[in-house]
Design a protein around this ligand. Sequence first.
Ligand code: PEP
Ligand code: MG
Length: 755
Amino acid sequence: MNPVNNAPRLLMRQLHEIMASADAAEERLNKVVHLVAINMVVEVCSAYFVRGGDVLELFATEGLKSEAVHITKLRVGQGLVGLVASTGVSLNLSDAQSHPKFVYLPETGEEIYKSLMAVPILRVGKVVGVLVVQNKTSRQYSEEEEEALQTVAMVLAELVVGGELLNQQDQNEGIVDKAGIMRFEGLVFAEGFAEGVVVMHEPKLEILDHLSEDYDLQLKRLDRGFERLLRQIDEMMSAEDVIHHGEHREILDVYKLFAHDKGWRTKIETAIEGGLTAEAAVEKIQIENRSKMMKTNDPYLRERLSDLDDLAYRLIRHLMGKAGTAASINLPDNSVVVAQNMGPAELLDYDREKLKAVILQEGSSTSHVAIVARALGIPMVGQLGEGILDLEENVQIIVHGLDGEVYISPPPDILESYRDNIAARAKLLARYDDMRDKPVITKDGVEVELVINGGLAMDIEGMHRTGATGVGLFRTEFQFMISETLPRIHPQAEFYKSIIDAADGKPVTFRTLDIGGDKEVSFLKREKEVNPALGWRAIRIAFDRPALLRYQLRALITAAAGTTLNVMFPMITDVSEFKFAKEILKRELDRHRKNNRPMPKDVKVGTMLEVPSLVWQLDNLLPNVDFISIGSNDLMQFFFASDRENPKLNKRYDTLSPPALTMLQFIVKKCDEYNVPLTLCGEIGGKSIGAMALLAIGYRRLSIAPAAIGPVKMMIRSLDISSLEPLMNDLLSRSDQSIRGQLIQFAKDNDVRIQ
Ligand code: PEP
Ligand code: MG
């Protein structure tokens, strides 16, 4: 195919030669600015790069004083160059000095230059630098010239990839401390340590090959990419019609419109003919479109920008053959997976042998992905901030899942102290193991029962290892979440039986399916909800899809033949719901009996108490139940009207506060009055300080993650409840927003081991 215009192609060819040469990165950069200056007939061409998150440093210049290189620095947002860096939008000014943002930098000698054009150097959608050209005369640069400069800027982003021009610290927004060590701080969701290499959960689209002279090949690749993109949109549209009844149809229509847009495709083809690879051509056109659309005042067009961004991103993914998460790639043996957030099913997709830790930009400790991580013993640190998404794949990383710290490319002294920490932790774990058979009893002789929360077969090993006396909550939904199809009765029954057998006579309380909210199952598509946590989930789904519950109960009854079946229902909001669920169970038991199947020896039916309305129905509820289990994770999110998944709210309300603890105390009193066994199976019981508070208000049975049994038991054995009770009574009458501080102080003063 014949090129349309030779000038850009010449620039591309020379650029290719420079970039492909064996020269050092800075040398190549110098040659590129020289090339641009000559090719575009400008007196100045300079390249700035972002260092340490918010400083723009002059790295190369043709035309400005060479002494200014590495000396001239601007803050992102300062001056015209800083403006381009902060907005990601190009500037094209025939009279730069009259722009309100213009600042004069004496060391550069730039006062004599009147016109300026500056474009962002973008990498994976983020500004890493700015490329600038200037002329002495008042010159209006053409649109073609702006596009050419954008292409050069795009190619220059390659220099950042190898870390030769900028080191890892310059490319991230984590804290770089005085010793130059890059570190991120977050919250511990699942304890443990890990040393490994960074693997991005959603692999970044790093275009490594920008230039190609095999136009036919690139055009063919583009054709194939478009084919896949259109197929994907069609699939999304039919899924949309089935699942969401066309709710998002409008957005997909826009996608389709763009994807079929001849103008878009022709521009990409022209960019390929100008010497770019197919993916680089898509990126180039996207940068241009973005820059144009950002300049319009039309709100509709500006809104469409993100659709077009997304579409271009999808096309690039298809061109690079990178769809799906890192779980489907060949993982390194010591992978530390980095994600913005992830669902529990996505975590379960990973090869557990190779996955050493997960770190999240967002997340919360009561989210189900965190619960699954704890169940699997995979260290997880969350709320680490945006910078972690900019980490390089494969760099060395250590995760300190006790302090919530993450170190990138750690120097030897940090590595050493980290390894010391591991050794200390191993000692502590050995002490927990030593306590395995010691009684769970306070210093003043109060017996407490510790049982585990589980959902996977391996949790039962955790129960035996820690000496816990049973399973207080078995989350049955995990099995459903990892299955593509609805698990049939027989395999369900087999699985539950394997759990009962493995528990070896210790009681297991099964909770019926609790899906919805953040717990997605692939075989049951749900409509998008505005408030999924308050929506169609748990028992609410079961009542609308009764076969789901009936089959599960049938499987549980079969599995429990000859033993006691302990079963409870999630998200019961009203006594009538409990009665209805119990009636369904009764019918299944009758059916089983009629069919002469082996029956459970005994059946105990209880409910989760995790919706506040139920607290005010206890007089009606308690006579009907065999036991109660408090799901404090949900109970607290509803009590405080504070989404347990929302990191912004994570620390805003404290369960260790007078209102929450007063409600929990009220439930204990009611259960005592009706002589109904009570367990608390939410995450507060798994923290030593939370468990201490619960004991002080009367709780005697806690169901917690296996990993929490050791620390909580150590706390219990060092506590004198009678000395805490009066303080607790006093604290509960106060109006403090949190009494955590006072409780920690009590523990310190009284040698209570809260770690
Ligand atoms: C709870 O809500 O506290 C609970 C134990 O259930 P889940 O975390 O599975 O919602
Ligand atoms: Mg719950």
